[in-house]
Design a protein around this ligand. Structure first.
Ligand code: ATP
Length: 337
């Protein structure tokens, strides 16, 4: 068995703003996570879930209220000088003088960075060569994010922290950014990022965690997180077929003529449904069967978030989510154990 070196190790991490008690606010409430070398880890979550607060702790910018962090084997806050040269950070708000041009900013940054890539190479990497003589204050939001990203990768970091790297970018900018992130990952860079673009996280991440109100409510590979959510089969019943005729073994919700089955066993449920339709001579219009997406998993977890039990750092959701539809056979099949 190969042993993956853990590059980021976090246990029992907490971050409180303000005083203890009601007057303060605990943004990070005891999270654990591990990221192996060369992995891409996506930290997802609702607004205000605590993602940025967590990333700032990992970057060593702030001191945790409680818990342990190791980045490349060191405490990023107390041993900042050992960790910082080996990491690259892209914050939500890049803070550099906006009067400088793009090239001047890159050169200034290169002067502060050990083992810096040539600035031309960096600008090329993030697609800003043609904007090199433009003042930073005149860049669009998406172009600023590209520049932030360029500065973050300038020192050829072993670990790259990207807080919402594609926010404000157009579709082309996002595609370019993810391509660069993929290339860096292929070269062995470990990447921890936050994003609101779930489809992209689903495609790119080796591991992900979904945060809600300071806690991790689901974690694993994208496939594992999605696998805990039910698949859906949707169809329209012909006017002459009463919903009561549908097979009792299926967890069916009906609204008007539109029916929906939620199931952990898509193939089995589909077989039952199609067998029944064939035997009864019923045509199922607009038939659509699909596995859950990360987006559905995310929304469902966020909705359940307040009712989740948080024990042992895991996520155990037992709240049924029926979107207000009337469930004929109960949605139990679609609820995680
Ligand atoms: N300096 C601060 N003082 C007090 N509360 C803060 C401070 N910074 C953040 N918070 C609060 O902590 C919570 C978590 O914020 P954080 O920015 O970490 O969330 P996030 O998951 O990154 O959100 P988003 O997706 O909206 O960027 C929020 O409720 C926020 O209002």
């Amino acid at each position: 068995m190969t042993h993956t070196e853990q590059v980021i190790e976090v246990s029992g991490l907490r971050r409180r703003y303000g005083p203890s008690g009601e007057a303060g606010y605990e943004a990070v409430r005891g999270i654990d996570l591990n990221v192996g070398r060369g992995e891409l880890f996506a930290l997802l979550g609702t607004n205000g879930a605590g993602k940025t607060s967590t990333v700032e702790l990992l970057e060593g910018l702030e001191k945790p209220t409680a818990g342990e962090i190791r980045v490349l084997g060191h405490d990023p806050y107390r041993e900042r000088s050992r960790v910082r040269p080996r990491t690259g950070t892209m914050l939500q708000e890049g803070g550099f003088p906006s009067e400088l041009t793009v090239a001047e900013t890159a050169r200034m940054w290169a002067g502060l960075t050990s083992r810096a890539r040539p600035t031309d190479e960096v600008l090329e990497l993030v697609g800003l060569s043609h904007r090199r003589d433009v003042r930073v204050k005149l860049l669009s939001g998406g172009e600023r994010r590209r520049l932030d990203l360029g500065l973050a990768v300038m020192g050829r970091p072993e670990v790259l922290f990207l807080d919402e790297p594609t926010t404000g970018m157009d579709a082309e900018g996002r595609a370019d950014t993810w391509k660069l992130v993929r290339e860096l990952k292929e070269q062995g860079t470990t990447v921890l990022l936050t994003t609101h673009y779930l489809e992209e996280a689903e495609r790119l991440a080796d591991q992900l965690a979904i945060m809600h109100k300071g806690r991790i409510v689901a974690a694993g590979t994208p496939a594992e997180v999605v696998a805990n959510q039910p698949a859906r089969i949707r169809f329209t019943l012909p006017a002459h077929v009463a919903p009561a005729r549908l097979p009792l073994t299926l967890p069916v919700a009906v609204e008007g003529r539109r029916a929906e089955v939620r199931t952990q066993h898509l193939q089995q449920s589909l077989t039952i449904l199609l067998g029944w339709a064939s035997d009864e001579g019923v045509e199922l219009a607009d038939l659509d069967a699909r596995s859950a997406s990360l987006e559905e998993a995310f929304l469902s977890l966020a909705r359940q978030g307040d009712e989740l039990r948080f024990e042992g750092g895991g996520a155990n959701g037992d709240a049924a989510d029926n979107d207000g539809m009337a469930w004929a056979a109960g949605p139990q099949d679609g609820v995680r154990a």
